[in-house]
Ligand binder design. Structure first.
Ligand SMILES: NC(=O)c1ccc[n+]([C@@H]2O[C@H](COP(=O)([O-])OP(=O)(O)OC[C@H]3O[C@@H](n4cnc5c(N)ncnc54)[C@H](OP(=O)(O)O)[C@@H]3O)[C@@H](O)[C@H]2O)c1
Length: 329
């Protein structure tokens, strides 16, 4: 395992990390959650990702219980949460000062820790002035409840505004983004945020490196019975797969699988290594519904040398979706 700086900050994240969306508190509970985290930690993973919305807080409860039992020293791992959707009532959502504070305190209680290392604004909130959110995040940092704050799926414009407001007020600016990034989703990481890496020192903890499992090839011939797409509440994933774009992607997964085979690794290892090949990625957030998947995905690192520039060029020819670089004036 190698470690990368979170943008230009001094924080070092493992290049692979473990997230809990869909899995913790749903497919994975108690002992399985503990086993997954122990496997990750023993392999050198030091960052564990969460959010208030994941299984309506239950994901954080399961992770917190596992952390308590594992008893790792708090200075050896990084923990995140995200604020935006916490419940049904108007005060339980968005990025108002009130909800940002309430959600942080609730996450600390569920995770059974004194502070969060990374705290994300899970989506932009057009109903809250950016200054209110930036000040709330800064205050949590000043209180020692959050170490670094950032955003998830904000536009480059929104991120730049937040950064500029923080600079103007001389308070803590956002340090990281959590965007989707994989062989089918490249626009934000490769194009939109390009000017921000130097300007802000932005780091990225990217999600769905396997496009939720599509890039394992398991959906090439239908939907396996025990997969994410069969879960109640995730019918929208099945609808994506069962669309024209979904079918185009499966064709590309087939071509990528043939290439991976030729190179000597499974296609999901190729997909993970391709994300890691981008130096703007601080950490690749893996998901796993069982320990065997995580053990398998960790093995991708053993094939690092096989992702040569020639192989990357052949991948590019297959996916054929490189975003245009942002204009320079
Ligand atoms: N900020 C955001 O808005 C946002 C959004 C989404 C995710 N995230 C974060 O990113 C993390 C990772 O996202 P993700 O879970 O979508 O990542 P992913 O790696 O693209 O998908 C993980 C899923 O793919 C399947 N899978 C993984 N490895 C496999 C293998 N070797 N063989 C077969 N199937 C395998 C498993 O699902 P099944 O076994 O159930 O099929 C697993 O849960 C999340 O946990 C969360 O922390 C953040």
């Amino acid at each position: 395992m190698e470690y990368r700086r979170l943008g230009k900050s001094g924080l070092k994240l493992s290049e692979l990390s473990l997230g809990s969306w869909v899995t913790f508190g749903n497919q994975v509970d108690g002992k399985d959650a503990l086993d997954l985290m122990a496997l990750a930690y023993d392999a050198g993973i030091n960052f564990f990702d969460n959010a208030e919305i994941y299984e309506q807080g239950r994901s954080e409860v399961v992770m917190g219980e596992a952390l308590r039992k594992l008893g790792w020293s708090r200075d050896t791992y990084l923990l995140s949460s995200k604020v935006f959707r916490g419940g049904e009532k108007p005060t339980q959502n968005g990025l108002s000062r009130k909800h940002v504070f309430d959600a942080c305190h609730a996450a600390l209680r569920r995770l059974q820790v004194d502070y969060l290392d990374l705290y994300f604004c899970h989506r932009p909130d057009v109903d809250t002035p950016i200054e209110e959110t930036v000040r709330a995040m800064h205050d949590l940092v000043a209180q020692g409840k959050v170490m670094y704050w950032g955003t998830s799926e904000w536009s480059a414009q929104q991120l730049t505004e937040a950064w500029a407001v923080a600079k103007e007020l001389r308070i803590t600016p956002p340090q990281m983004e959590q965007p989707q990034y994989n062989l089918f989703e490249r626009q934000k990481v490769e194009a939109d945020y390009a000017p921000l890496y130097d300007l802000m020192g932005l780091g990225t903890t990217i999600w769905s490196p396997l496009k939720g499992g599509v890039l394992t090839g398991k959906y090439n011939d239908g939907i396996p019975a025990d997969s994410r797409m069969t879960l109640p509440g995730y019918e929208w994933l099945k609808a994506q797969w069962d669309s024209e774009e979904g079918r185009r992607q499966i064709d590309k997964v087939r071509a990528l699988s043939a290439l991976a085979d030729e190179v000597g690794m499974p296609v999901h290892h190729l997909a993970i290594l391709w994300c890691l090949a981008n130096p703007r990625v601080s950490s690749v957030l893996l998901g796993a519904s069982r320990p065997a998947q995580l053990a398998d995905n960790l093995k991708a690192l053993e094939s690092r040398d096989k992702l040569t520039p020639e192989v990357i060029a052949r991948i590019e020819a297959i996916v054929d979706n490189a975003p245009a670089p942002p204009p320079r004036y």
